[in-house]
Ligand binder design. Structure first.
Ligand code: FEO
Length: 170
């Protein structure tokens, strides 16, 4: 059995992961609408990864005989002022998600719930990678994005991303 507070926090995190999936789907649509299909591809795959995160957490609750409480997922406006803004929004969002995962980790540590800490280890590492990826996109956009050729090359590079199922087995 999981501690009540921990189970509630993981349920809240599940909602935040679906929110992330929705946010990135909106960003993907924004770019595809503007023919930046490489950016669109990148954020579509990011959305798929966020869905996977939610599903992994759902499985973890179920493996611990805990109820999964799905909540409404809010859509965010995709009315971005320029091509850089969605990437900045994604970076800010990942920083928020990292803080949230860290808070759950701290609660698990307090409860001496080593199994949940072990489960969360994968997410802690994943957040490090995701923040770095988003930071790279923002920095590279700042370097090359205002030049049409640079933007084209960046878009081509992002089109190479391929979806991979998560490596975590619960
Ligand atoms: Fe699942 Fe990017 O947080």
């Amino acid at each position: 059995m999981l501690d009540r507070i921990l189970a509630d926090r993981i349920n809240e995190q599940i909602n935040l992961e679906w929110y992330s999936a929705y946010l990135y789907l909106g960003i993907s649509n924004y770019y595809i609408d503007r023919n930046l299909n490489g950016f669109g591809n990148w954020y579509l795959i990011q959305s798929q990864e966020e869905r996977d995160h939610a599903l992994l957490m759902i499985k973890y609750l179920q493996n611990n005989s805990e109820k999964v409480l799905l909540q409404n997922v809010q859509a965010e406006s995709s009315d971005y002022p320029d091509f850089k803004a969605p990437a900045v929004r994604a970076l800010e969002h990942e920083q928020r998600v990292t803080a949230s995962i860290n808070n759950i980790y701290a609660a698990a540590y307090e409860q001496k719930d080593f199994r949940t800490m072990q489960f969360l280890d994968w997410f802690v590492k994943e957040q490090g990678e995701e923040e770095k990826n988003e930071e790279d996109i923002v920095r590279r956009y700042e370097l090359f994005g205002s030049d049409p050729r640079g933007l084209y090359l960046l878009d081509s590079e992002l089109s190479a991303r391929v979806y991979m199922a998560p490596s975590l087995v619960i």
